[in-house]
Design a protein around this ligand. Structure first.
Ligand SMILES: Nc1ncnc2c1ncn2[C@@H]1O[C@H](COP(=O)(O)OP(=O)(O)O)[C@@H](O)[C@H]1O
Ligand SMILES: [Mg+2]
Length: 234
């Protein structure tokens, strides 16, 4: 469970997050909103790259904001980036090992990396260099990195960006399997509303840094304010 209380972020004159209060409980929760709504900024606040001016966040009851980004990783926080961050001159296996070195005890690293590779179906290409991968494989490496160790919260920033519908469907199934396999909660940003509908039982909508709606995904997507502000309907 993520409990966000009264979070405000200021960059110069703008507030990309403005007094946001929201509690997310679903195993796979969605985060949507128009471009510039503050979605990536919220992920940056959760992962420790951006410090809010005020507010607090609890992850499974534990205060998050006083921890450094590395401490948050050690506490089970993982994230993928809107632009994937695969290291080109490391193999797929070693891209995941680099995370394991920080968060898994030495004797258990090989097994932790194998389990993560297997979940994202990259075992067969484990020895390929990052630079040889196609976009879908890169997205899977990003997801695999999030699964190494014992993640508690996985933040995915547009993990299906640039993928075909077929690839997006595979990714959706992998994401849906994460809570059962790892016990982690997932918070996912995506522009594809149908993908969000298929993945997320609960969805939060941001608009100019404010909470526009939060609740069961079907209700949120049917909400008049959401349809007007975000889906361009009504
Ligand atoms: N490092 C930054 N410095 C200044 N403004 C920023 C920075 N990062 C994001 N912003 C601004 O904050 C707002 C929210 O951005 P962002 O969180 O990236 O939105 P989203 O991911 O929903 O598209 C935008 O107006 C953006 O230009
Ligand atoms: Mg973004």
């Amino acid at each position: 469970m993520i409990e966000i209380s009264n979070i405000t972020v200021r960059f110069g004159g703008i507030k990309p997050i403005d007094q946001l209060t929201a509690t997310l409980t679903a195993p796979v929760a969605g985060l949507i909103g128009p471009n510039g709504a503050g979605k990536t900024t919220l992920l940056n606040v959760l992962s420790g790259f951006v410090k809010p001016m005020e507010g607090s966040i609890l992850l499974a009851g534990v205060p998050l904001l006083s921890l450094s980004p590395l401490r948050r990783v050690e506490a089970g926080l993982r994230r993928s980036f809107q632009t994937e961050q695969v290291v080109e001159d490391l193999t797929v296996h070693d891209n995941l090992s680099a995370i394991a070195d920080h968060v898994v005890p030495a004797g258990e690293r090989a097994r932790a990396v194998e389990a993560a590779l297997s979940h994202v179906r990259l075992t067969d290409v484990a020895d390929l260099l990052g630079g040889r991968l196609n976009l879908f494989q890169r997205r899977l490496v990003e997801l695999g990195k999030c699964l190494v160790g014992q993640p508690k919260l996985i933040l995915l920033d547009e993990p299906a960006a640039g993928l075909t519908d077929e690839e997006g469907a595979i990714l959706r199934d992998l994401v849906l399997g994460i809570p059962a396999v790892t016990g982690a909660q997932v918070l996912v940003i995506d522009h594809d509303v149908e993908l969000i509908r298929a993945m997320c039982s609960e969805t939060m909508v941001l608009d100019y840094g404010k909470l526009l709606a939060l609740g069961p995904t079907a209700e949120v997507l049917a909400n008049d304010n959401v349809r007007r502000a975000y889906l361009g309907e009504l």
